[in-house]
Design a protein around this ligand. Structure first.
Ligand code: SF4
Ligand code: SF4
Length: 218
């Protein structure tokens, strides 16, 4: 199994429901984004159109972030998901410099996520009560995990990743335009494989040799 994502840019209209879902699901601190939407204009007045490009970690098959980390804190699991080990990360930021997609963020020293100084319910939880990928702390790097905490659970329950809301990353099924898809790239019958085969799916910055596992239909 090799997990991947397909984003249909022809359908995305920039509502950012995926951004909000990701932030909430993964308790991403203010100022950081595991998922964001780039926006630009194409054409010349009056024939212009706005293009939206949702961006999260590409879970590269050959990830430069992993090679760059001197602490060996970044690894790729059996399902092709690139993950940061928060216990090993020393916040040296080599990964941030090496990633061609700008999708890794550094967690600063904010003591709390709320400006009023009160703790969120998440912050109030002891670290051991959270999934290891939600045990973030100041001074380390963070990025999209393909919501591995959800996928891991789905696999244990014998479910197919991407088949329903609970077995998909949080950003997938919330999209009101059905612009986001998730599944097994190694399975030729999966929705993602069929979309890649039948539509004009591209990978971003292929020239870097990173072999991204996120595809865009343009
Ligand atoms: Fe690493 Fe960036 Fe590739 Fe994600 S997109 S695997 S952070 S190099
Ligand atoms: Fe965020 Fe999960 Fe979507 Fe990655 S897969 S962008 S972590 S919601």
């Amino acid at each position: 199994m090799r997990l991947g994502m397909v984003i249909d840019m022809r359908r995305c209209f920039g509502c950012r429901a995926c951004v909000a879902a990701c932030k909430t699901e993964n308790m991403v601190q203010p100022g950081n984004y595991w998922n964001f939407v780039l926006e630009y204009e194409q054409g010349k007045y009056p024939n212009v159109r706005r293009i939206f490009v949702p961006m999260n970690c590409m879970h590269c098959q050959d990830p430069p972030c992993m090679k760059a980390c001197p602490e060996k804190a970044i690894s790729k699991n059996k399902q092709g998901v690139v993950l940061i080990n928060y216990d090993k990360c020393k916040g040296r930021k080599y990964c941030i410099a090496a990633c061609p997609y700008g999708v890794i963020h550094f967690i600063g020293n904010e003591k709390t996520f709320y400006p009023d100084g009160k703790k969120t319910p998440y912050e109030a939880l002891p670290a051991r009560a959270r999934h290891p990928l939600h045990r973030k702390k100041p001074g380390i790097a963070e990025k999209c995990t393909f919501c591995w905490h959800r996928i891991e659970k789905a696999l244990k329950e014998g479910k197919t990743p991407g088949s329903d809301y609970d077995s998909s990353p949080a950003c997938i099924k919330v999209c009101p335009a059905n612009a986001r898809y998730f599944g097994d790239l190694d399975d030729p019958n999966s929705e993602v494989s069929r979309l890649i085969a039948t539509k004009r799916a591209i990978q971003l910055k292929k020239e870097f040799g990173t072999k991204p596992q996120v595809y865009y239909i343009v």
